[in-house]
Structure formats: C-alpha cells, structure tokens
Design a protein around this ligand. Structure first.
Ligand code: NAD
Ligand code: UFG
Length: 336
C-alpha cells in the first residue's frame, strides 16, 4: 500500500513511518514541521535502508494536500495535530483550527481522491477522570481541556463521515502514554522547550539538561501516593498502526480501540525503573499536585488485542533503556 502519513516527521509519526517501510509499504509524509525536524525522516530512511516521499505542507491547505495525494495514495494515517494541553487552554482557537479544521480538509481531500481508509490518532485524554480502571472503550467521555475537546470532535466527525459513506473504514486509536524510542537510539522524542511529560523530563535530568525532577504530588490514593499511568513503548505503538492499517483495509465503519499495555506504573516506579535500567540517578523533589491531573488510569486493551492481533510486548525496562540510549546519543535531540 502507499500510505500518506500526516505529521510523519513527529515523535510517533517517525516511528510509524519506519514500521511501515519495514512492513513493505510505500510512504508519503505530509508535515509542516511546526513541531519536528526533517532529520528524523533522514534517519528513518537510513535505518530502513529505504526511501520515503516528503511533502512539506499543511493539512489545512488544499494545495499541499493535492501534492501529497498526487503520488497515488491508498490509505492515510493522520498524526498531524498540536498536542500541548496547557497551550490549548491559552489558545483554544489555534487548536480547533489546526486540529479540527485540518482533519476536515484531510477528509475532503481523501474523498476527492477516492481514498477510504483512515487511521486516526486519538488519546486517552477523552476519558478524563475515569470511574473505574482499567478503562475500556465504553467508558464515559469527559474532556476537560481544548486539546481533549479537539480529539473528541475529530472522533465524532470521522464517525459521521463513516456513517454517511459505507465504503469508508476508519480506526480511531486512543493512545495511553507513549514513551521510549527506537532501540537504535537514532529517533526518539524531542520536545521543544521544557518537557511537559514525565519520561522526557526524567531523561533530560539524567543527561544534565535539568537539575531535578518535580514529582507532582505523593498524596494520591495510590500505593505510593504518586500518579499511575499506562506507559506504552512507541515501537509497540508504531506496530499497532501497521496492524490498524490492515484492519481498516478490510473493514468499513468506524472502530475505536484503546492502545495501552493494560498495566499501571506510578511516577516513583518509573523513576526507579529508569535508574535501574540506566544507572543514572534522578534527583527529585515532591511538590504539589499538577492542576488537572488524575490519580490513576490504565487501559483495557482487549479490543485492540482481538481486532488487530496486537499486544504490547516491551517492558518498562525497555522503555527506559531505549529512552536513555536516544537521549545520551542525542543530548540536544535533533538539534546539531
Ligand atoms: P508530534 O508533535 O511529535 O507530531 C505531530 C506532527 O504533526 C509534527 O511533526 C508537526 O510538525 C505536525 N503537524 C502539526 N500540525 C500540522 C499541520 N497543520 N499540518 C501538517 N503537519 C502538522 O506529536 P506526537 O507525540 O508524535 O503525536 C502524534 C499524534 O498523536 C498527535 O495527533 C497527538 O495529539 C496524538 N497523541 C499523542 C500522545 C503523546 O503523548 N505523544 C498521546 C495521545 C495522542
Ligand atoms: N509528572 C510528574 N512530573 C513531571 C511530569 C509528570 O510528576 O515533570 C507526573 C504527572 O503528575 C502524572 C504522570 O507523571 O502523574 C504522567 O504525566 P505525563 O505528563 O507524562 O502524562 P499525562 O498522563 O498527564 O498526559 C499525557 C499527555 C496527554 C494525553 C495523556 C493520555 O500529555 O496529552 O497522556 O494519552 F492525553
């Protein structure tokens, strides 16, 4: 298949492009590079010993989409989005325009080019504070910020499109907490500015770019008092996209799947795993809870296991070791 990957230069997109090339697919990336670098794509091609096609452009621009679709696209994986929760609270309209308007333009271009298979990046953020864990796909949806709102609206729009057009098949993937890097250490997560998320922050403390980790609260109703999440290795996540693409090719309608390991890990457990996997000490302070954080959630991935024949296989130890290999080989990320 020839797959259009929007946002393919980004963190999850670059790992997925590699998995697609390794699975024998042809790849066109459409990315405006607002949060990524072409170095990631150069390295993907070097690791795979295969080339991909890159169109620098914006999913909201019909001309850029036309260029991307020119190559004869069979299916689309749609990663392109803005993803910072706090920024979305300050600039909701920018998030609605980039994420929601971008997705509408993409669906229009797909329809215009007769492309009917779509795999979409959603997020466990749509569940907000869950009533029970593990969280399955029937859990109530409670978004609490404009980023989450944009994901929920995009899910609904894709669902409506599928309802109207029986030949369209879409898979909406709700990721829990993607972390880690390719085991080569050549591609990984390269956040701009101060990382918001735990794993990249820990890695930057280990490499000496940050002094100490702040642990946001140790008074949650969890065994060690710190927040619990379902961390998922980005290579497992990338492999799930390849399987979702195959699934979408044979399916019509809209299918929603959680992607996680089904296991929860606390902040302190993750920090200790990182120290064990890498031998790097992580100095930390316990500080107040971060506004908007929930105590604990982890996925019930049974539906993805059954529909895709996919299971996350990589451990927290793998996630930490691979993050550290990426961070230590690239102390400043993709910057020279
Ligand atoms: P990322 O920022 O590394 O990748 C997103 C890519 O999209 C970037 O390369 C960016 O330049 C590009 N992009 C953004 N807006 C664009 C536009 N209008 N046109 C073209 N390109 C555009 O983020 P990521 O972590 O790889 O996330 C990928 C997807 O997964 C996003 O949709 C995100 O919301 C979703 N997601 C991420 C996480 C996570 O923790 N990383 C969790 C759940 C869901
Ligand atoms: N944490 C710290 N210190 C930090 C950063 C995080 O203690 O410096 C804690 C948080 O309080 C939380 C845990 O580490 O308990 C994980 O926090 P992350 O920021 O890494 O992840 P979140 O679960 O808060 O959110 C992430 C993305 C969201 C996405 C969600 C589900 O940021 O956009 O996963 O996919 F919606």
């Amino acid at each position: 298949m020839h797959v259009l990957v929007t946002g393919g230069a980004g963190y999850i997109g670059s790992h997925t492009c590699l998995a697609l090339l390794e699975a024998g697919h042809a790849v066109t990336v459409l990315d405006n590079l607002c949060n990524s670098s072409t170095v990631a794509l150069q390295r993907v091609q070097e690791i795979a010993s295969k080339s991909l096609r890159f169109v620098q452009g914006d999913v909201r621009k019909p001309h850029d989409l036309a260029l991307a679709f020119e190559a004869g696209i069979d299916a689309v994986i749609h990663f392109a989005a803005l993803k910072a929760v706090s920024e979305s609270c300050e600039e909701p309209l920018r998030y609605f325009d980039n994420n929601i308007a971008g997705t509408i333009c993409l669906m229009q271009a797909m329809q215009g080019h007769g492309v009917h298979q779509l795999v979409f990046s959603s997020s466990a953020t749509v569940y907000g504070q869950p009533d029970v864990v593990p969280v399955d796909e029937t859990a109530p949806l409670r978004v609490s910020n404009p980023y989450g709102r944009s994901k929920l609206v995009m899910e609904d729009l894709i669902g409506d499109w599928c309802n109207a057009k029986p030949d369209v098949g879409a898979v909406l993937l709700r990721y829990f907490n993607p972390v880690g890097a390719h085991p080569s250490g050549r591609i990984g997560e390269d956040p701009r500015g101060t990382p918001n998320n735990l794993m990249p922050y820990v890695a930057q403390v280990a490499i000496g770019r940050r002094e100490r980790l702040q642990v946001f609260g140790n008074d949650y109703p969890t065994p060690d008092g710190t927040g619990i999440r379902d961390y998922l290795h980005v290579v497992d996540l990338a492999e799930a996209h390849v399987k979702a693409l195959d699934f979408a090719s044979d399916a019509s309608g809209c299918h929603i799947l959680n992607l996680g390991t089904g296991r929860g890990t606390s902040v302190l457990e993750l920090v200790h795993a990182f120290e064990q996997a890498t031998g790097q000490p992580i100095p930390l302070d316990i500080v107040a809870r971060r506004a908007g954080d929930v105590a604990e959630y982890w996925a019930d991935p049974a539906k993805a296991n059954a529909c895709l024949g996919w299971h996350a296989t990589r451990t927290i130890h793998d996630m930490c070791a691979d993050t550290w290999r990426w961070q230590s080989l690239n102390p400043q990320g993709y910057a020279p």
